[in-house]
Unconditional design. Sequence first.
Length: 460
Amino acid sequence: MKFDIKEEQLIIKPYENEGNIQVREQKGHYQGIRRKLSWLLMITFMLVPFISYNGQQAVLLNISEQQFRIFAITFWPQDFIFLAGIFMVAAFALFFVTAWLGRVWCGYTCPQTIWTLAYVWVEHRIEGSRNKRIALNKKPWSIEKINKKIQKHSIWFLMSFLTATTFVSYFVPVVELYSTMLSFEWSGLITFWVFFFALCTYGNAGYLREKVCTHMCPYARFQSAMFDKDTLIVAYDSKRGESRGRRKRKDDPKTLGLGDCVDCNLCVEVCPVGIDIRNGLQYECINCALCVDACDQTMDKFGYEPGLISYTSEQQLAGKKSVKFSYKLFGYACFTVLITALMIFWLYNRIPLEVSVLRDRNVLYRMNYEGHVENIYTLKILNKHQQALNYTIDVQGISDVSINVPDKLLIGGGQMLQIPVTLATDGYNLDKKMTNIRFVVKAIEHPSTLLSKDTVFFRD
Ligand code: SF4
Ligand code: SF4
């Protein structure tokens, strides 16, 4: 037999637009938790930039000034190691949670999931239930359809704009951002980033949705490496559910030779990634439990036990006992605690001061009008505290040295002072042509904020 197959029919197009998945709205135990958590995280995200600490924005990642302020601590480029530590703790914490609870991050706390949930909620309020939305999309354009689409996209755009402006307010002080917004005086850079992030939000939550999770998210790619037979997953109990089949509520499934799955298809209609969990474990599943709530609702209607689809593990599905705390989990937990402890130790011992000393490159030394030897230096002092402090500069290593700086130098919070320093001493105080000396810079109000820098002093 000859098959007439065209070449393009043989090409698999994994990123081909399959159209948006229209999700049925579902209520239930797990969806209640997801909604409350989503609200909490969204409100936190919106409010954090408005929190003030010591008269300043409490959380501000000021890239232009190279200062990351988080409440009482300001991080500078020199503190990059701490940022690396935060990423390591986040990574190991995520490994721990994933190995234990599966993709609970994806289903409950990932911004992509939360924003998609919000956008679908708006879509449902304006265009109606899943079936109405599918019907509306198939209908030819009419005044009613245009009206609904305009309403939906306007609200989506407002949500995107609000999200993007909030996101940018983590990097640009809120006072500056919102005051210039109201007077239409945003700089080109701010305007670009707000509209760029608004476009990303609009595209990701409005259109791409589950495609971000299945094709773009790197976490989705490597999370399976952390899974084991005891990891919490959402699964369908095929032993109990099969053979699936439709029936009336009063029917006895045993006499019909059926399992508990009534083939209502609700678990598929509510799934945001468009899979049928009854086909077994699939990497697209984000553990959101929409299918669990939908199936429990059906089980309840038919008077069956809930849990045909449930949070379980491969071990439990096979009728074995799940290990609650494996060596792998223990290892991830140990690394998370160890790196966190190291970071706390580093933070506790961190000196919020940076000092650099540069010798004058033009002359090694010179003689002043008193006949004393002079050496010239430039000191750069960075006050990493958030408040202004007075600093003293002392010199060790030479006796009877005079220093031409005031007794105390006031340096603003997060400010750097560059100051020329001239040291002068009688040549008889110096045994050698080159003497090792040390500058000691100390904050008067915080004596533990003290740094010393070594350099040399020359004579002829
Ligand atoms: S299969 Fe169930 S838990 Fe997995 S993504 Fe779909 S609805 Fe969520
Ligand atoms: S929701 Fe439950 S009963 Fe309905 S098709 Fe899915 S597994 Fe079967």
